[in-house]
Unconditional design. Structure first.
Length: 256
């Protein structure tokens, strides 16, 4: 069983599925422990099982073998202690930005004033206060992703699972949102697992970087960057330590 400090534990986890009549071994077997409060960035080649791993943790999939544990309990289905941020914002166009963020508290039976207070707090956290009354389609792509993050935070999950949330954005917006996400994470104390195809993004965001091998995905690299979360500013991207670690991660993927 995981210790109290381990938010997530995978034990002998593997996943297979039927791919047009032939069994596909997508992931594992692998073991993994993630401590509470870590920001783990997971990177690897296309098809290596990154999203499969996230879906197992979210409870959307069940492992073929092994156990997925969150807080010491086996994951059998989605749960409120795990919030998922998808690659494409899945906001409801008939609800305002505030109402989208307040949806979770609303479904839990919170009164209107209470749920709007929660929504306004999270919108302030992601810098969208002035757009609370707007419709989602009035927001830019980056703002929609910030709204989606605020909606997850409004449910106060212990764990945030982020599946390439910035993958469809332009480079400048992506870098800005990386910085904003780090600020939000530092202020929340939550555990985060962030899936990405970008080595640069993984190194900038992760307090720990994992690399999966080509299918079936197994962990072939697990290291902590040589710089603190508080040091992650745009200037860091040109720092020799950042560049060296980025190339170390790239080599792990290239040589896998």
């Amino acid at each position: 069983m995981p210790s109290a400090a381990e938010a997530i534990a995978l034990r002998g986890v593997a996943h297979r599925y039927d791919g047009r009549g032939a069994e596909v071994h997508a992931l594992g077997p692998l073991d993994l422990d993630i401590e509470a409060g870590e920001f783990v960035a997971l990177v690897g080649p296309s098809g290596c099982g990154k999203t499969t791993l996230l879906q197992l943790l979210a409870g959307f999939l069940t492992p073929s073998t092994g156990n997925v544990l969150v807080g010491g309990a086996q994951v059998r289905a989605p749960g409120p202690e795990r919030g998922v941020v998808f690659q494409q914002p899945n906001l409801y166009p008939w609800l305002s930005v505030r109402e989208n963020v307040a949806l979770g508290p609303r479904l839990r039976g919170a009164r209107r004033a209470a749920r709007h207070a929660i929504a306004d707090e999270q919108l302030a956290r992601v810098g969208l206060t002035e757009f609370a009354a707007a419709a989602p389609y009035e927001l830019s792509g980056g703002m929609q992703q910030r709204c989606q993050i605020a909606r997850v935070l409004a449910n106060d999950p212990a764990i945030m699972l982020l599946d390439e949330p910035f993958g469809a954005l332009d480079a400048l917006t992506r870098e800005r949102l990386q910085t904003e996400l780090l600020r939000v994470w530092l202020g929340s104390g939550k555990t985060a697992l962030f899936i990405t195809h970008s080595v640069e993004e993984a190194v900038f965001l992760g307090t720990r970087v994992l690399v999966l091998s080509p299918r079936p995905g197994q962990i072939i690299f697990d290291e902590r960057p040589p710089f603190a979360p508080e040091d992650r500013t745009d200037a860091l991207r040109g720092d020799p330590a950042f560049v060296a670690f980025r190339e170390q991660v790239r080599a792990a993927i290239r040589d896998s």
